[in-house]
Design a protein around this ligand. Structure first.
Ligand SMILES: Nc1ncnc2c1ncn2[C@@H]1O[C@H](COP(=O)(O)OP(=O)(O)O)[C@@H](O)[C@H]1O
Ligand SMILES: [Mg+2]
Length: 127
C-alpha cells in the first residue's frame, strides 16, 4: 500500500450510545492527507459526539479510531494516543475556566500539549 492510500484518520465501526440513545451508529470514514471533511447533518445526528471521541473526551461504545503516525502506521488512539498531542480541537462553544487569565490558560494548554517548558513564555508572548 502506498503512503497516499493510508488514511490520516480512520473511523472503524464507530458507535456511541448514551443509555438508550444511539448517538453514533457504526460510522466508517477515512480522512486522507490534504482532504477537508465536513460532517453535514441535522442537529442531534452525532457530529459533536464523533469529534469528542476523536479528541478522547468520550470513549466509543464500540469501534475504533486510528491516526497515522510518523512511520505511516495506523495507531488506535485508545492504546496509542501520542499522535493526538499534535491535534487541535475547537468543539461547539468553547468554555474557558473562570478566574484564569488568557496567559494562565495558554500556559495550561501548553503544558497539556507537552510544549517545551523553556519556550512556553516566549511563545505565549508571540501569540
Ligand atoms: N452527554 C450526553 N448524554 C446523553 N445524550 C447525549 C450526550 N451528548 C449527546 N447526546 C445525544 O446524542 C445525540 C447526538 O448528539 P450530538 O453529537 O451533540 O449531535 P450534533 O453535534 O450532530 O448536533 C443527541 O440525541 C444528543 O441529545
Ligand atoms: Mg454539535
Amino acid at each position: 500500500m502506498s503512503i497516499s492510500e493510508i488514511p490520516l484518520i480512520k473511523f472503524e465501526n464507530l458507535t456511541r450510545d448514551f443509555g438508550s440513545i444511539k448517538a453514533v451508529d457504526n460510522l466508517n470514514l477515512e480522512v486522507h492527507e490534504g482532504e477537508i471533511i465536513g460532517l453535514v447533518c441535522p442537529n442531534g445526528a452525532g457530529k459533536t459526539t464523533v469529534i469528542k471521541m476523536l479528541a478522547k473526551i468520550l470513549t466509543p461504545s464500540r469501534g475504533r479510531i486510528f491516526i497515522r503516525d510518523k512511520d505511516n502506521k495506523l495507531q488506535d488512539i485508545a492504546t496509542n494516543p501520542k499522535n493526538l498531542h499534535k491535534s487541535g480541537f475547537l468543539i461547539d462553544i468553547p468554555n474557558f475556566y473562570e478566574g484564569m487569565t488568557a496567559y494562565d490558560l495558554l500556559k495550561y494548554f501548553a503544558k497539556l500539549q507537552n510544549y517545551s517548558k523553556n519556550k512556553i513564555d516566549t511563545r505565549i508572548d508571540e501569540v
